[in-house]
Write a protein that binds this ligand. Sequence first.
Ligand code: NAD
Ligand code: NA
Length: 396
Amino acid sequence: MIIEPRMRGFICLTAHPAGCEQNVKNQIAYVQSKGAIDGPKRVLVIGASTGFGLASRITSAFGSNAATIGVFFEKAPAEGKTASPGWYNSAAFEKEATKAGLYAKSINGDAFSNEVKQQAIDLIKADMGQIDLVIYSLASPVRMHPTTGVLHRSTLKPIGGTFTNKTVDFHTGNVTQVSIEPANQEDIDNTVVVMGGEDWAMWMNALKEANVLADGATTVAYSYIGPEVTEAVYRKGTIGRAKDHLEATAFEISKDLASLNGKAYVSVNKALVTQASSAIPVIPLYISLLYKIMKAEGIHEGCIEQIQRLYQQRLYTGKAVPTDDQGRIRIDDWEMREDVQDKVAALWKESTTESLPEIGDLAGYKQDFLNLFGFGFEGVDYLAEVDEMVQIPSIS
Ligand code: NAD
Ligand code: NA
């Protein structure tokens, strides 16, 4: 079929297999252009199909020659209906990894469940023995708790009072005021259950109990801090409470891994256009201003540049891993630079529907958003018939 983008709200209902493949190939080429990393050889990536998790899988494999197992929750294609982008990304990743002689297998299912954890353990035992690195990169609006069976939903709300600020509909470019009602305690608790550190700890515990973690095993989960303008809805809102919990969990996991000389880290990453971040009010306007400034300064990065730098300049330097005073790795250092933040804050005040195309990088936002679904890549013929039924080799 010929596949076009079909937008609905914050998502695109279609994905382009050839474009997703191009996306993966571009990321591989970037990692290879940066040279070899003396990194992990056996890697489990939880949330491996899109965004930072996909970049982590690609950096592990093509930067450090690692065998990888990827866990994700994606929609398979059906006749006349495309798969979700993470499905096509993973199919392309496995194809390229296999070509390069690298082991790559995937598990498509609910990472929060006991069953998927057991599947991953069985696969590690059968094919790898033990693993050196576990990347935890889930972004999900819901979590079925594996012991209680309760379905928890996360929210993106401020805490303590209504938050009013500007936001942009990046499809139309309309800048409007948005007001978000504050969370109640239940919202906070549910968001912590979904996006906090409990499931990360459960994974690490299950892997350790099964004796599939190698000596010196490392695990990394991703967090975000961001600027003052997004604080009320992000870092000091419900999702921020979950990130506080995730960051605190790193210390618990580190204690537990001490007997293996292992360690858990949280890496604070840069704000980027992903399926997860597009749904958060206020953030798209901030990102479009940030992109403009960072591109002008020559310091703009996407997921792959961020994760490649995380591996090469933070995790695998042969020296101690540098962290901030709260033990976190900071790869958001360029975003949070004072001169960058001062410029964004000044533009924020000026941003209107009329000024944004000029002062912000709305075009870059839209481009990145299309790219998430495999659209807008150079070298892809979008008028050509493509097979939507692309399968993931290790799953089919
Ligand atoms: P994403 O939406 O691109 O990726 C989410 C991944 O989780 C996908 O692989 C998806 O298949 C998987 N997933 C979701 N629910 C699942 C489930 N139940 N079982 C198995 N897999 C499941 O998101 P992202 O933006 O790459 O976010 C990854 C992490 O990075 C999150 O912790 C996020 O908070 C953090 N982060 C994001 C940003 C940003 O600006 N996007 C910035 C800093 C940190
Ligand atoms: Na991810």
